[in-house]
Structures are given as C-alpha cells and as structure tokens.
Design a protein around this ligand. Structure first.
Ligand SMILES: Cc1ncc(COP(=O)(O)O)c(C=O)c1O
Length: 416
C-alpha cells in the first residue's frame, strides 16, 4: 500500500483543499462530516459581502431586477450541470423536505387513484414521513409500501419485486443516509418505467460525491440538498429536478413565483412552463448566492476525478478499519462494493456514540453518530486528504486504548 504522503503528493484535487476555510484555531481538525454539513468555501465571504453589503444595503429593492429574480434558476442550472440535466430542468427551492413533498404529491396526483408509492426502510426517516403526507394529499386510496431492505442481503431484488403495475411512484434516497448504500439509478428507473411508474430520487447524499447523469440513466424526478457535498452552508435551499417532458405534473403548492407572471399580481396567471412552476414564494436570495462557489469548484474539478478520489479514500479507510480496528469491536457496515456505496462509510461499535464524542472532544476528529450504534465518516474528496484517513484510524485506536469510551458513555448531545 502506498503511503498517505505519496498519495497526497500525487492527488490532482489536493490544491482545492486550500480553497476551503480551515480555522487557524483548529489547524489539526480532521473534518469528516461533510456528508452532513460541508466545509465553507473561502469564496463565500466575498459573495456574502457583495450580497449583503452592496446588493441589499445599497441596491435595496432594485436588486430584484439585478439578478435576484433569476437566482433560483441560475444556481439551479449550475447544479444541473453536475447532474447532466438540461438548462431549465433544475431549480432551487425551500429545503429537501418541502421539495420532496411537492414533487411526490404532483407525481401521485398525475396517476390514477388507488395506486401505491414504493420506498425502502433505508430511506431517510423524514422522507418516509413526507411520502406518507404526500399520499394523504394525493387521494384516499394511495398508500406507502416500505420495502424492508435493512434485513435484505440483496436490496435490489427486494425492491424490484415490490414494483408492479399497481405502483404509481417509487421514491428512494440514491445513497442511503446511514449505511451509504447506493441504488443503481438506471436499473430502478427501467423497472419503474416497465410498470408505467415514475421515480423520484433524493440526491442529498450523492450530488457532488458520485457521478450522476440524469439524462443517461433515465431519471424523471429528483430533489436534493445543497449543504452537504455542495458546501452551500447551513439551511441552504434545496433543488428540484423535473425532466422537461414531465409536463403533466402540477405544483401542489402553487404560488406567484411559480407562475408565468408573478408581478402581474393575478391569481390566475398560468404556471411557468419548465421546472420553475414548482416554485412557490420568494427565493432565499442570500443563502442561494452562497451555493455557487462550492458547485463551481466541483465542476472545475470534474465529477470523474472527485469520484475516483472518493473511492480511493473510502477503500483506504475500509482496509485500515479491517486491519487495525476489528479486534477492538469495530465493523464496517457500508457496502464493500464501491459501485454500491456513496462517499461515507458507516462503522459499527457497541459504544459508537461514546467513541464519536471522544473523537470530537479529545482528538479533533469530527465524524457523526447515527443511532443506535453507527459512526459515519464522510469523505468529501475536495478537502479530505489521504493523511486524514490514516490519522483518523490512529485517533480511533487512541480513544479505545486510553479509556475514551468510559469517559463519554453517559453523554447525549442534542445533535448526534
Ligand atoms: C437523504 C436526506 N433527505 C432529506 C433530508 C432533509 O433535508 P432538509 O431538512 O433540508 O429538508 C436529509 C437531511 O439530512 C437527508 O439526509
């Protein structure tokens, strides 16, 4: 195995690391939670300065005619480039939850009543909750079928056996939030298409981490967040992708910003023709503006190179965990096959939360914890180094050997 120093020296993405903010007060911090909240691009403070101190402070209401009105579309198109979408197929709006509700409800309403929505037990729990709400809004006979993929050794077979002629919509997280399981987009889309069902993907854990080509893989509909691997910042707006031929879908929360003429103040103004019809109200201008630098850097780096590094980082971590941590009770629970994995790795330990807290408070390593017994290590290729991987494993061993588990066993933080 090559040394981490050699790999870092040969890493074509290494220069991007310095384009993110690294606090000088914590120069040794190893940040492995970019799958929850990405690091801040250095360019953000200049944009914030411009939007807040020039556009808002000086231009005031004139800002709407000087770029604000189009911001959901312009940043959406930039994200669209990452997804292989056409201009006008991606829009920024609200948050992932609200976007999921809107698109799921629209898709269900476009299908005859009495059909089912298929999802899986590894999906983000709040997504399942929202899909239930969408079913209620869509019609009396609509129901959610949650395929239990947690216990399945072959999730794809379990899922495919649930997709049949009574299916109106399939909705899944492309990469699952806990184990990092990754669905094959094309295989699921084709199976749904054979049953005349639509598929709505949640790209929150995959956009900016693995290559996505919506056109080549037959994706109809998707939503995703911008604060993980896109580094858009806390509470940054989410995005909606609606393929341009899905003209039958209507926004269930229609409002002025989704109409052809918001400033006609006419409630009968028809819906905008493209994905813009899924807008509802005023865009989050300040936070939308902050999404651009993270996406621009990913486009510059190229998703093939980003993914290549993601696999190399994850494979190294898995190898070191198997070799050095198995005897201490740790077990890799994410898929072993990189084709079935996103860019985070879940590690089981009976006292995972205590290990995580000791890493954060005693070792300057930030992973996160998902109950009951998993630590997640997110490898954002734009700023994670191979040395970070080796040092993390050293720190985990230190925690176990120096009694960190006992010191943190009784603590329960507000955000795990
Ligand atoms: C896969 C997935 N979907 C949806 C959400 C919810 O996103 P939001 O709270 O921004 O609506 C999250 C949050 O982490 C997520 O991981």
């Amino acid at each position: 195995m090559k040394s981490a120093t050699e790999l870092d020296a040969a890493d074509p993405l290494a220069p991007f690391r310095d384009l993110f903010v690294h606090s000088s007060a914590e120069s040794d911090l190893i940040y492995l939670d970019g799958n929850s909240l990405g690091r801040q691009p250095a360019a953000v403070s200049e944009i914030l300065q411009r939007v807040v101190h020039q556009e808002w402070a000086e231009r005031l209401i004139r800002g709407w005619n000087e770029g604000w009105l189009d911001i959901s579309r312009s940043v959406g198109d930039l994200i669209g480039q990452l997804l292989g979408a056409q201009p006008g197929e991606v829009i920024l709006a609200e948050n992932t939850s609200a976007c999921l509700y809107k698109v799921a409800t629209a898709a269900l309403r476009a299908r005859p009543e009495g059909k089912k929505l298929v999802t899986d037990s590894e999906n983000f729990p709040s997504d399942i909750q929202i899909l239930e709400s969408a079913c209620v809004s869509a019609g009396a006979n609509c129901r959610v079928e949650v395929v239990d993929t947690t216990i399945s050794p072959d999730p794809m077979t379990s899922l495919l056996s649930a997709i049949d002629d009574s299916t109106a919509l399939v909705s899944l997280s492309h990469v699952s939030y806990k184990l990092g399981w990754r669905w094959n987009l094309e295989e699921v889309n084709k199976a749904a298409e054979r049953c005349d069902a639509l598929v709505l993907w949640d790209f929150s854990h995959s956009v900016g981490a693995v290559p996505i080509n919506v056109a080549a893989t037959g994706v109809n509909l998707a939503v995703g967040c911008t604060y993980k691997y896109l580094n858009g910042g806390p509470g940054a707006p989410a995005f909606i992708y609606v393929r341009s031929d899905q003209t039958q879908l209507a926004n269930p929360v229609a409002g002025w910003f989704g109409s052809t003429a918001p400033f006609s103040f006419d409630p009968s103004s028809p819906p905008a023709p493209g994905v813009e019809r899924f807008l509802t109200g005023t865009p989050h201008v300040v936070s939308a503006a902050l999404i651009e630098p993270g996406v621009a850097m990913l486009l510059e780096a190229g998703m093939d190179r980003v993914y290549e590094k993601s696999v190399a980082l994850s494979e190294r971590f898995i190898h070191l965990c198997d070799e050095r941590l198995a005897d201490a009770g740790f077990e890799v629970r994410s898929p072993r096959n990189p084709d079935q994995r996103g860019s985070h790795v879940a590690l089981f330990h009976p006292y995972a939360q205590a290990v995580g807290l000791a890493l954060i408070h005693e070792q300057s390593v930030i992973p996160d914890f998902r109950p009951p017994d998993l630590l997640r290590f997110g490898f954002a290729p734009m700023y994670t180094s191979f040395t970070d991987i080796d040092n993390t494993v050293d720190h985990i061993i230190e925690v176990v050997e120096n009694g960190g588990v006992d010191r943190w066993r009784d603590e329960t933080p507000l955000v795990p």
